[in-house]
Design a protein around this ligand. Structure first.
Ligand code: ZN
Length: 317
């Protein structure tokens, strides 16, 4: 009986794979010769099909342990992501970075913290302030409605350590430089440079193959400026978006940046001619033909155009 039980447990352990049906199987993959491993989630909106997993959880291997960036969107997928992590690396998780306030990036903190209670979780102080004063509940509601997979996610495991613009954090001999754009995707974001591997983690300031919302704390025009600067500097070997595949500067940054610039161009034209924000929507859609396959184009593009028009108007007043 005991033997059968052991065999059964072994079979279950080894047969586990993090599968999301027709979306495929998800694994951590080593990035080139570096010590950076990324599980690229499906670049799409949260859904029952993807169980609320659509970001890019990452770990960096140090000598004694691991440093994780954005562990995932809820407790349940967090458990699966952690299982996948343990398949490729048995070292303990020493620290976690959360790039910004949106729950699809950090709600899996809890799954990791239950396994590693001493883990230090870093975020920008404004991120912590916002999620603790209603931001977490707002995202819980959104993700629960769309993915129906939030059970177990509360009590939230909030970040407990703060990092600000210019900070250099050393964990297990791995160096992380922190950048905080005042306003871009949100006003709670950090961009994280992993110095040793020359990797830049941009959070949702960069996306590929999907679109997300720009809420009232965001700035599309500042997001454009940020990406323009990063692209021009071209300082890194690898650029990791919040959603979608990682890659070199041009292939990863240019698509999203060009999309935003096209919206800005048509919004400005409409504003300068004293017309409504949607006056050149048709022209913009025609120019953005290549983006219509990106997830959520249909219901985000018009909102983005309206948002950037509003920003242009506000800057003028
Ligand atoms: Zn986000």
């Amino acid at each position: 009986m005991t033997k059968v039980f052991v065999l059964l447990i072994t079979a279950i352990t080894f047969s586990f794979s993090f599968s999301l049906g027709k979306l495929g199987e998800f694994k951590f993959e080593k990035q080139g010769n570096s010590n950076v491993w990324i599980m690229h989630g499906p670049p799409m909106e949260p859904s029952v099909e993807n169980r609320g997993f659509m970001n890019n959880p990452t770990f960096i291997e140090g000598k004694n342990g691991l440093i994780v960036i954005d562990p995932g969107g809820n407790y349940n997928v967090g458990l699966d992501i952690l299982k996948e992590l343990k398949k490729v690396n048995k070292k303990p998780v020493l620290a976690i970075f959360n790039t910004h306030k949106h729950g699809d990036h950090w709600f899996a903190n809890l799954a990791f913290a239950k396994e590693y209670p001493k883990v230090k979780i870093y975020a920008h102080p404004h991120m912590i302030e916002v999620v603790k004063s209603g931001g977490a509940d707002k995202w819980y509601g959104i993700l629960d409605r769309l993915s129906k997979n939030l059970k177990g996610t509360k009590p939230y495991r909030f970040p407990d350590s703060t990092v600000k613009d210019g900070d250099i954090i050393n964990v297990d001999n791995q160096t992380f430089k922190i950048y905080h754009p005042k306003k871009a995707h949100t006003d709670t974001d950090i961009l994280i440079e992993h110095v040793e591997s020359k990797t830049l983690f941009l959070g949702d300031n960069l996306m590929k193959n999907r679109f997300g919302g720009f809420d009232s704390s965001s700035s599309i025009t500042d997001n454009i400026k940020l990406l323009d600067t990063i692209l021009k500097e071209n300082r890194y070997s690898l650029y990791v978006p919040g959603h979608g595949p990682s890659g070199k500067a041009k292939e990863t940054i240019t698509p999203f940046l060009s999309y935003l610039k096209t919206l800005e161009k048509y919004a400005k034209k409409a504003y300068d001619e004293d017309k409504e924000y949607y006056a050149y929507k048709k022209e913009a859609i025609a120019e953005l033909k290549g983006y219509q396959k990106w997830d959520a184009f249909d219901h985000q593009m018009g909102k983005h155009l309206g948002k950037v028009y509003q920003e242009i108007e506000d800057a003028d007043i």
